[in-house]
Write a protein that binds this ligand. Structure first.
Ligand code: SF4
Length: 291
């Protein structure tokens, strides 16, 4: 197990970010979950030896004291740069301990993960949700477990992730999907989008936040090309040259079908609506408790 020093672990987001978050928190550095498209491995983030997960030394204690010293509460984002439920977390429980502090100091939380280990901490998310917004965002890029195991290699299967969403929804948490990236020529099919939205509905997902493309830069691009092989690499180069944003050529049709289905099932997909709904979820909990 490798530890690194970090002066501060919680950073102010400088306003309201995705899912209404006001602060960012990354307890771990690097990630071994092997997503071939991972943006966090880009050289601009300067993470050496990205595939080895490092834990920030004394993270739980530091987070407790950082939260305690804040004058205003807010919503903490977890999982922006590294999955908070990686394999080290099972033993270290830094994410769990941080949730205890988040609850103690009355902050809200938005957690993004691909790992079903999150289920262990549902009790804490429920406690936080009695006073603050909680958003559970599970990333799902393909409904096909076989394809998923090739593009996200060391992590819970898509089927297991849908089960996690179902469990969170049954426990009354505001849970949904980050449907990104949708990779051109790989998972950008109507059938994939239809299956994801339909299974999301069955699992009780409240939202799906999509992106019908992928961003690629420097060494992240090289890594991605190495993994997808020569034929697909040539397709990417022909379609996008060295553009940072690579939007699916099927975007228009995918988006249309996606929106139709989300409307049919009452699933939110616009960020403003998702943030507003996450706030309403607290009131619902309070009303339930008052009764
Ligand atoms: S889980 Fe997230 S941080 Fe880890 S490799 Fe995949 S995209 Fe990157």
């Amino acid at each position: 197990m490798e530890f690194i020093n970090a002066v501060n672990i919680i950073q102010s987001g400088g306003g309201e970010g995705w899912f209404g978050t006001t602060h960012n928190m990354n307890i771990y550095r690097g990630c071994n979950q092997g997503c071939i498209y991972c943006d966090s491995r880009s050289s601009c983030y300067q993470i050496k030896d990205f595939d080895t997960v490092k834990a920030k030394k004394d993270a739980a204690t530091k987070i407790e004291s950082e939260l305690k010293s804040k004058r205003k509460t807010g919503v903490i984002s977890m999982g922006g740069m590294s999955d908070p439920y990686n394999f080290l977390e099972r033993e270290l429980e830094y994410t769990r301990k941080s949730l205890e502090s988040i609850n103690k100091y009355k902050f809200g939380v938005s957690c993004i993960t691909k790992n079903v280990l999150l289920e262990r901490d549902i009790d804490l998310y429920k406690k936080i949700n009695t006073h603050s917004p909680v958003t559970i965002g599970v990333t799902i890029t393909t409904a096909d477990d076989r394809l998923q195991s090739r593009i996200e290699r060391n992590i819970s299967s898509t089927s297991k992730r849908f089960e996690l969403i179902k469990k969170c929804a049954e426990e009354g948490l505001f849970a949904g999907i980050l449907m990104m990236p949708i990779l051109p020529f790989i998972n950008d099919t109507i059938s994939n989008i239809e299956q994801i939205v339909s299974q999301a509905n069955e699992a009780g997902a409240k939202f799906i936040y999509p992106s019908f493309g992928v961003t690629l830069r420097d060494n992240q691009r090289l890594y991605f090309f190495e993994k997808i092989g020569e034929k697909l690499t040539n397709q990417y180069i022909e379609a996008f040259q060295d553009s940072y944003v690579c939007v699916s050529p099927n975007q228009k049709q995918l988006k249309k079908r996606f929106r139709e289905l989300c409307k049919k099932y009452g699933i939110l997909y616009k960020m403003n609506d998702i943030v507003e709904a996450s706030k309403t979820y607290i009131k619902t909990s309070q009303i339930t408790l008052d009764l």
